[in-house]
Each structure stands twice: as C-alpha cells, then as structure tokens.
Design a protein around this ligand. Structure first.
Ligand SMILES: [Zn+2]
Length: 239
C-alpha cells in the first residue's frame, strides 16, 4: 500500500499545522511572506525573519509519536510500497521508516539549499552561522541566497519527487491518506490518481476532505489511536 501523510500526523508531536484554519500562516500573513519565494528573494528582512523561524522550528525538539511509529511498523511488516509526506519535519525517518521509502513532497527542513547553484548543506551548519551572528548566511560556494530545502509558495515540486509519488499512487492496491485536508495540489490529486488506477482509498483525518465521497472508508477518530489500530488490523489481515 501507499500512504500519504500531512500535518495532522505531526501535531501530536507538537508541530503546528501551518495551513489549517488555526494554522500559523493562516493567522499571520507576515509569516506567509516568509514562505513565499518572491517575497523571500526580494526582501532581506523577510529572509532574516525566516532564519529565525527555522532556528525556532518545532522539528528540532519534536519526537515521533504513536502515528509515526505505526507507519514504521507497517514497513517492518513488509506492507509499505511508499510513504509520501507533505511534512518537512523528518519524523517518519526518525520513527524508523527507511529513507528509501519516504517521498518528501515538500522537501525537508533538515537541509538548506542555494537558490543559485543548488548546493545542499545540512541545516545545522547554516543555523550555526545564524547563531554566530549572520542574519542571512550566503551560500558558501557561490554567495547566493540560501533557504530551507522546502517547497515555498510559488515554487514547483521537484519533478523526480513528484514522479516518485505518482508512481507510488499508481502502483498500490490500497492508498491511505492520513492527517491531510487534501486541499493542496498536487498532493491531494494523488488520491484521484490511485483511485483511477484501481486502488481502494482510505482517508483518516479529523475534518472532512474533498475526497471523502470517493473513499471506501473514512476515519475521523484521533490519528494517535486510530492509526495504530488500523495498522494492527492490516498486519493481522496480511498475516
Ligand atoms: Zn550557491
């Protein structure tokens, strides 16, 4: 099976949902500018604040939760084709999923990337420079603007990453969408791709999604308890 996860799986780990109704971006338009590529490249003050955001990101102290652990168990049981995630926090790999199975659609906060020469640098190294007093550390190779290796508003997904997600959606008998509102493309469209390819669709999300009517099963109970129960059910059925 292929699994798609969104912000809802990481909220139990203390990572806020940035896009939801109570989201950081929704409530603070200035925060949204810091993740919009045009504003970011145009305004040094936006970048200065963005590096502060990155320093303070909850991902640095967050621990994987029971939902993440359940998906690692799914892989150990040999049932996971791919784990496509909209999250940038790296918690799926921390929980024990192999990096080869995880497709980070929106990139990762654990690396920085140069917008000019595409040099990737561990985020820790760049944050060390911020902490040492550089408000907007330039690329060590070419002097270009750096940002987190995440997809900002106004940026396209990496073609190879998107293709890996599409392949995983087309090549599964069960597609499970967890903790995602299924309103952000192209992630949401993976559900339609999987359905068109003949997969069964299961949605686990606290709020209704646009794909609920096409889903074979919708679970709205809290992910932290419902997902471990679902994985146990799937593992038992396979065993
Ligand atoms: Zn560079």
């Amino acid at each position: 099976m292929t699994v798609l996860t969104g912000a809802g799986i990481s909220t139990d780990s203390g990572i806020p949902d940035f896009r939801g109704p109570q989201g950081v971006w929704t409530k603070d338009p200035a925060a949204q500018r810091r993740v919009t590529i045009g504003d970011y490249t145009a305004d040094p003050e936006v970048r200065r604040q963005a590096w502060i955001d990155r320093r303070e990101h909850a991902a640095w102290t967050a621990e994987p939760n029971a939902g993440h652990a359940a998906l690692a168990e799914l892989e150990r049981a040999g049932l996971l084709r791919a784990l496509v995630t909209q999250n940038i926090d790296g918690l799926h790999v921390r929980a024990g999923n192999s990096a080869a199975k995880v497709v980070e659609l929106h990139g990762t906060i654990h690396h920085a990337v140069c917008l000019a020469c595409e040099l990737r640098t561990p985020m820790r190294e760049v944050l060390d420079r911020v902490e040492a007093g550089e408000s907007d550390p330039p690329c060590p190779r070419c002097g270009g603007i750096q940002k987190a290796d995440t997809i900002s508003f106004g940026q396209s997904l990496r073609p190879a990453v998107l293709q890996a997600a599409l392949d995983a959606a087309h090549d599964c008998d069960l597609f499970v969408a967890i903790g995602t509102s299924l309103t952000v493309q192209p992630a949401a469209g993976l559900c339609g791709e999987a359905l068109a390819a003949g997969a069964t669709l299961l949605i686990m999300n606290a709020e209704p999604t646009p794909y609920d009517g096409q889903a074979h099963r919708v679970v709205s109970e809290p992910i932290g308890s419902a997902l471990p129960a679902l994985v146990k059910e799937l593992v038992d059925a396979a065993g």
